[in-house]
Design a protein around this ligand. Structure first.
Ligand SMILES: [Zn+2]
Length: 149
């Protein structure tokens, strides 16, 4: 399913430059970047990064918290993830089993760009429905409905 070649893909949002280790300029871009964590390869989509055309180095700003996003994708067993700043935040207003959390966090992360801030959502999983809403970059989980007819 993910057979894109391992080359950063720019989506055309050039911004300010920063100096690269090779003394050329690395350009600020937003796009898909293939990364590795442990033995897994994970492509992060829609992520801001700096890329040097000269030496092909890729840099991330520390505010991007790429390590947090990467770790979460790894824990969830994803080979790709949609980058949303601060997406490590899931706020639970109810008690939930760990496996259930992981299952629908995975669904939410894959579909995160379809859920606008303030928008409500429902995730169906194993005859249960988890409902919540997105608040800025957080997902607030409000309730689980056990009876789905
Ligand atoms: Zn360079």
């Amino acid at each position: 399913m993910n057979n894109e070649k391992l080359e950063p893909k720019n989506e055309g949002f050039p911004g300010s430059d920063k100096p690269c280790l090779c003394n050329e300029k690395a350009r600020l871009m937003t796009g898909s970047v293939p990364l590795s964590i442990f033995s897994s390869k994970i492509t992060v989509h829609h992520v801001p990064y700096y890329f040097c055309d000269h030496c092909k180095r890729t840099y991330f700003d520390s505010v991007t918290e790429i390590d947090v996003v990467l770790k979460r994708a790894y824990q969830l067993g994803l080979s790709e993830i949609d980058y949303v700043a601060g997406l490590s935040q899931f706020i639970y207003k109810i008690e939930l089993l760990h496996e259930l959390k992981l299952s629908f966090e995975q669904v939410l992360l894959i579909n995160s760009r379809d859920i606008a801030p303030g928008e409500e959502f429902a995730v169906v999983h194993n005859n249960q429905v988890v409902v919540g809403y997105r608040e800025e970059d957080c997902f607030v989980i409000e309730n689980v409905i056990d009876k789905v007819i």
